[in-house]
Design a protein around this ligand. Sequence first.
Ligand code: 5RP
Length: 265
Amino acid sequence: MDWGMKNRMRRIFQQDGKTVMLALDHGYFLGAVSRLENPAKTITPLIPYADALMLTRGILRNCIDTKFDVPVVLRVSGGNSIIGKDLSNEDITVSIKEAIRLNASAVALSIYVGADYEHQTLVNLGRLVNEAEDAGMPVLAVTAVGKELEKRDAKYLSFSCRIAAEQGARFVKTYYCQDFYKVAESCPVPLVIAGGPKLKNDADVLKIAHDAIREGAKGVDMGRNIWQSREAIAMISAIKSIVHENASVNKAVEIFNSIANKRKK
Ligand code: 5RP
């Protein structure tokens, strides 16, 4: 690995090899989702707690102050929308030149394994890796499932993650699932997990993060379960304690409650 690639990966994955990424790229196909209507208002207070931000160039340029020295994982795929015909019909929408101009530490693209546009998204991944490797830029592949959330089982996710790694992704974002260790075991590059739609119970979010780390994930790249939480700072802090300090679920719940209670006073 050349210095640039190594340094970018090292900016995202901390000294312990783990990361707490904050995902806020949802608008690229969902528009203004709840709590991200005004991204700067919701996200700015959380930036000091995040090891990296995953977002689009539009939100980076317009809503994130340049004073923050936070690594950026830039969403570079798109061309679809939730009201369009097929979510899997994505392409590369941002150049590597633009990613460098924005001082990105990695670029992110979704693959849709088993979907109608599987071939297109996998070829996109290969093309992006070719260009990104030339620039020393890591590629994060996201194993997207579109509207078919039920696809998220160990068999499907390990299949998708392995294909992403085989195509050259430097790290992969996927979902937590039962028997997640099988997904982690068969993927030769670091895995980070998404949170998925907002869960009702805060402890359930912490349990997912905890179990994913215990079973081999190198971090999280969560969005809605953090910034849609009634106590977003408490939630990201509790998740950090799991990822970087191996906190138990009970300990993380304690941290969550203690920060949330202090903030209420
Ligand atoms: C969409 C994404 C999102 O960043 C990802 O789903 C993470 O956010 P959440 O934790 O809200 O699921 O990559 O394709």
